[in-house]
Write a new protein. Structure first.
Length: 419
């Protein structure tokens, strides 16, 4: 077993390179299975546990993967199994994208119901609504979801809630349906756009990704392509916030600054200097000057829920009272109990957290309760006086490649230890 050990107090200086987007990669890899001719060569795949898990799942159903660093070559021209039921499937949330991909290509899919971070109820009702509208019969029993259709026919589908997962999953299936599908009230996140762009590069006909309405004209087949995954908005935001909390000056490289606007705006409101370049941001901060701020998590282009937990650490040391309204997930404040162990002043009431800024945090033994909470505890350890030990760090490596090395290169005292 491994833990992270951090001695806090160092300011951060230098450059950090952001990896490919986790939330795009875990949908693009299943999408590559829809190709019946040729290989898909995908660059900028992040070296994270969720991707490694997905590799094993893809190979378990007959897909072939060749890797060269962050570049993956996916060959799915041979007949694939339409049943995905390994332990990897059950422990990974994004494995549900196999349903849309296999249903689109084979008109049949059976996938074990996935897990992932325990941050709240994530029902699949909108996924099912979309698949059924396209003509599939969907059943959920014995811990799995089964979708079958004689053929898929385009339809008009209005999602009751804005959901990244259901938007992408139904888009995958509709890509190989007959006729036109119109998806309304869809998610607009950058990774939704990236998946649509990937599908289009493979021969799909998708318009409107990034807006409230996506129109998909079904095609008969998809072909292999070359593609590069966008940079990870959430990883970039985490390093921006870490720099703001620790102080110093760090260049966040290989990003799309427009994707970061909601985070940049809040940091500037707190007194952090954010300088925008073509594909990078320079963050300059003096923690003693941080001011309280209020945030409400919202679908893109609003403030991302995945950045709320790291942001709460920054707010915990800002002068004054800060308020977080978590409008996306109902159980995304579990990390607050860990933060309190380090001296944070936090009151949680339902989906609202009130933080009174304290002068400093103190090192403690804490847990990473989920992926983004783990990143929050790393930032807390970096700014705390003394030593912090973080357990259950396997959550962190689901979404942050080489996190300890990246922080070491910025001057942090952080290392992995066995226990």
């Amino acid at each position: 077993m491994e833990k992270l050990v951090i001695h806090g107090g160092a300011k951060l200086y230098g450059e950090v390179e952001i990896s490919g987007a986790k939330n795009a990669a875990v949908a693009i890899l299943p999408a590559a299975l829809m190709v019946s001719k040729g290989k898909s060569v995908i660059e900028n795949i992040p070296a994270i546990d969720d991707v490694h898990c997905l590799e094993r799942i893809i190979e378990s159903i007959g897909g072939k993967i060749e890797k060269n660093g962050s570049t993956y070559s996916i060959d799915a021209t041979d007949e694939l199994k339409v049943v995905a039921d390994t332990e990897d499937v059950r422990k990974m949330r994004a494995s549900y994208y196999l349903v849309g991909a296999l249903l689109g290509r084979y008109k049949s899919a059976k996938v074990e119901l996935p897990g992932g971070c325990a941050i709240g109820v994530r029902p699949m009702d909108q996924h099912i609504k979309g698949f059924e509208a396209l003509g599939a019969k969907v059943t959920m029993e014995h811990g799995s979801i089964t979708a079958k259709a004689d053929k898929l026919i385009g339809a008009n589908i209005f999602f009751d809630v804005v959901s990244v997962g259901s938007t992408i999953n139904v888009m995958l299936a509709a890509t190989l349906a007959e006729g036109q599908t119109v998806l309304e009230n869809v998610a607009r996140e950058p990774h939704v756009v990236d998946v649509a762009n990937f599908l289009n590069t493979m021969g799909a006909d998708i318009k409107g990704a990034g807006t409230d309405v996506i129109r998909i004209n079904g095609v008969k087949e998809l072909h292999g392509c070359n593609y590069s995954v966008i940079p990870d908005q959430i990883e970039a935001g985490t390093y921006m916030i870490a720099t703001a909390a620790c102080g110093g000056r760090v260049t966040i490289k290989n990003i799309i600054p427009k994707h970061m606007e909601s985070i940049s705006a809040k940091l500037e409101e707190m007194g952090v200097q954010v300088e925008e370049l073509d594909d990078s941001l320079i963050i300059t901060s003096e923690p003693s000057q941080l001011k309280a701020v209020n945030i409400k998590t919202l679908p893109y282009p609003g403030f991302p829920t995945d950045v709320q937990q790291p942001m709460s650490v920054l707010m915990s040391i800002a002068k004054g009272r800060s308020i977080i309204n978590e409008s996306i997930w109902e159980s995304r404040f579990k990390h607050m109990d860990e933060l309190k162990k380090m001296g944070a002043s936090v009151l949680v009431e339902g989906r609202t957290a009130i933080l009174e800024g304290v002068p400093k945090l103190s090192g403690a033994t804490v847990r990473a309760t989920d992926l983004r909470a783990g990143a929050a505890m790393v930032i807390a350890g970096l700014i705390a006086e003394g030593k912090t030990e973080i357990y259950d760090i396997e959550h962190i490596y689901r979404g942050y490649p080489d996190i300890e090395d990246k922080f070491k290169n910025l001057g942090a005292d952080i290392r992995i230890e066995q226990y």
